[in-house]
Design a protein around this ligand. Structure first.
Ligand code: ADP
Ligand code: MG
Length: 641
């Protein structure tokens, strides 16, 4: 057996370097963080060959006294911690005292520094961990660190480095994260003598976001703010029209440090559910501030992940803040002028060509529709279009329900909400309680003085076209109806009026072992939303009662939808999410389909309901419910301006 021996400092530092310094971007991150800890108001970063040749960071911070230079590059030497207790009160970016030691171990390193109160600076060089003597030098106040030939003495590491362009990409990302967290600091980034970022200090986070990602995104941001006794949340989230195919644009900052947190990302997806398409990710720039002792930042080598003392509370605060904001914000999709130049700095491609194409196609559809209906009042009732497609869910008899004046059917299940006008007169073919017919209450919300009725056109049994004060609105009838139903049902459920339906013969449902386990674990939550279950031996679950609103679904189907939700929501499953799942199922199945012909009264009733829903801008599955062509845009397109 080989003897146990203490490792040399050099080996220890190389091991530490392996954990902290993965690639040039890690050096940039550590050095810039040190500058910020030193109180710098300006930080200039220069890199060559993706940082493999040179990384230079110059700051105007507090500097390091000459007699402490050697300590700065010694391992476990820091000015930021004194006792173990301090570990739980960390207010600085660094605290472990290993970054400079690690970097100096695997590069040709030079450190020049001058505290502002000194007349001259001092310089120290370290090559592969070997220190040369400290020499005086001239230096502006602050610190300059140069790192050349990173990993020159660790060939294996060096091999793992990618093309300069790739490494530069990582540097750009590290730089972006820090610069977004500190808008009040002046940052610059140069690569091979080319200026990549010049970021003057600002008090306005939006301005900094604009510098990185262009005005298209900066103009589409919503400000958020909330605070409980201990946690303060603030920052911007992008409107649903701005989304990405990846989640890298979900910037989360905890006490000024960029972090990744699966649970918080899940909260973001939840908040945007129904507002953006599945597979797309929202964009956020959110700052979380909390007392340092409520979070452990010492659980990850680069501090990218942290451990919250009360993660579920933070989750709820984030989700709640976003949901409240979205309910009070007009998220209506504004159509871009066709052919507008797509200018964007975002390398990830903010302008999704697929979406642009879709928008254009929708416009073409609309134009064709206009030509097709020369006589706008002759709405097709006995129409010559294809018959409505057979519903894909043969078990559910919504086709029958729909045939009785589809848009209004569900209102028979749900009484109308309180804010309905009392002078509403039901249309003749509806049984009360129903939504007011627009012939009794004309669209007062849509000022249309020159038209006797503001009835919309139905085109292709699919789109409704109408006008508002702002311009022209094209509505997807299925998407709007689905959303309206969703909002109505949600209201009802949140007010606690969810009846259950007892099954005369309880229905056994066979599940996988994992699924059955989930149902047993969450039996109480399921019961809360009206789905009562009992174990039935093995992996079979017995459904004894389920929500009466879902009586048109088979109990097994309801249970399976719930199980899917349980399986996907893993961590912080809330009763609200379960309810959401129910509502999605119901509203989608119950809504009129594209291809369903609607009578003029039904069209108007549907439009009238548009104003009853709190947030009818997107159908629950994320497609837009309506497109707004503003008068200005139309004028522009017709070259009137
Ligand atoms: P840590 O940041 O965890 O303390 P580092 O190895 O990154 O460890 O830095 C060691 C020490 O060197 C710091 O605690 C700080 O006192 C000093 N230092 C490093 N960079 C700078 C800088 N840019 N300006 C002033 N002091 C610095
Ligand atoms: Mg540090």
């Amino acid at each position: 057996m080989p003897r146990i021996q203490q490792l040399s400092t050099s080996v220890v530092n190389k091991i530490a370097a392996g954990e902290v310094i993965e690639r040039p971007a890690s050096v940039v991150k550590e050095l810039v963080e040190n500058s910020l800890d030193a109180g710098a108001t300006r930080v200039d970063v220069t890199v060559e060959q993706g940082g493999m040749e040179l990384i230079r960071v110059v700051d105007n911070g507090g500097g390091i006294p000459a007699d402490e230079l050697t300590l700065a590059v010694a391992s476990h030497a820091t000015s930021k911690l004194r006792t173990a207790d301090d570990l739980f009160q960390v207010a600085t970016m660094g605290f472990r005292g290993e970054a400079l030691a690690s970097i100096a171990e695997v590069s040709r390193f030079s450190l020049r520094s001058r505290p502002p109160e000194e007349n001259a600076g001092a310089e120290l060089e370290v090559v592969g961990g070997q220190l040369s003597p400290i020499t005086p030098c001239s230096s502006p106040p602050g610190t300059t660190i140069e790192v050349r030939n990173l990993f020159f003495n660790t060939p294996v590491r060096r091999k793992f480095m990618r093309a300069a362009q790739t490494e530069l990409g990582h540097i750009g990302e590290a730089f972006t994260r820090i610069a977004l967290a500190y808008p009040q600091v002046h940052f610059t980034l140069r690569h091979n003598n080319r200026a990549m970022h010049e970021l003057p200090p600002t008090d306005d986070l939006r301005e900094r976001i604009g510098r990185f990602f262009g005005p298209e995104l900066a103009d589409e941001l919503i400000w958020l703010e909330s605070r409980d006794e201990q946690v303060e949340l603030s920052g911007y989230v992008a409107r649903p029209s701005q989304s990405r195919s990846h989640n890298k644009m979900q910037y989360l900052f905890l006490n000024g440090r960029a972090i990744r947190d699966r649970a918080l990302q899940h909260a973001l997806s939840e908040a945007y559910r129904g507002l953006i398409l599945t597979g797309r990710y929202p964009i956020t720039f959110l700052n979380i501030r909390m007392p340092a002792d409520l979070v452990d930042v010492n659980v990850h080598p680069t501090k990218l992940e942290v451990r919250f003392q009360d993660g579920s509370r933070l989750y709820s605060q984030l989700l709640g803040t976003l949901r409240t904001k979205f309910l009070t914000t007009d998220l209506t999709h504004k159509l871009e002028p066709v052919g507008a130049a797509a200018t964007n700095d975002d390398p990830a491609g903010a302008h999704d060509p697929a979406i642009a194409l879709e928008r254009r196609r929708e416009l073409v559809d609309w134009a064709k529709g206009q030509l097709a209906s020369v006589a706008p009042t002759a709405l097709p009732s006995g129409n010559d279009y294809a018959a409505p497609p057979v519903t894909r869910q043969p078990v559910l008899d919504f086709a029958a329900l729909r045939s009785q004046h589809a848009p209004l059917t569900v209102n028979r299940v749900l009484p109308p909400r309180g804010e309905l006008r009392s002078d509403s007169v039901p249309a003749p073919h509806m049984s009360p309680p129903v939504v007011a017919s627009p012939s009794a209450t004309p669209h007062s919300a849509l000022p249309t003085p020159h038209l006797p009725t503001s009835r919309a056109l139905q085109l292709h049994n699919r789109y409704l076209i109408t006008e508002s004060a702002e311009g022209m609105i094209v509505i997807d009838q299925h998407a709007l109806h689905e959303r309206v139903l969703y909002e109505q049902l949600r209201e009802k459920v949140l007010s606690g009026a969810l009846e259950t339906q007892q099954l005369l013969v309880p229905e056994p449902v066979d599940l996988s072992p994992a699924e059955a386990g989930l149902v047993k674990e969450h039996a109480a939550s399921l019961a809360q939303v009206g789905l009562n279950t009992e174990p039935f031996g093995g992996d079979t679950i017995l459904v004894t009662s389920y929500p009466a609103m879902l009586r048109h679904f088979r109990p097994a189907e309801v249970l399976r939808a719930m199980v899917d939700q349980l399986a996907s929501g893993n961590r912080q499953l809330e009763r609200r999410d379960l309810i959401d799942e129910l509502l999605h199922m119901m509203s989608c199945k119950a809504a009129v389909k594209a291809g369903d012909p609607l009578t003029p009264d039904e069209v108007d009733a549907l439009l009238e309901q548009r104003h009853l829903a709190q947030d009818t801008h997107h159908c629950p599955h994320g497609r837009p419910t309506m497109l707004v062509f503003t008068k200005e845009e139309l004028d522009k397109q017709f070259k009137r301006t």
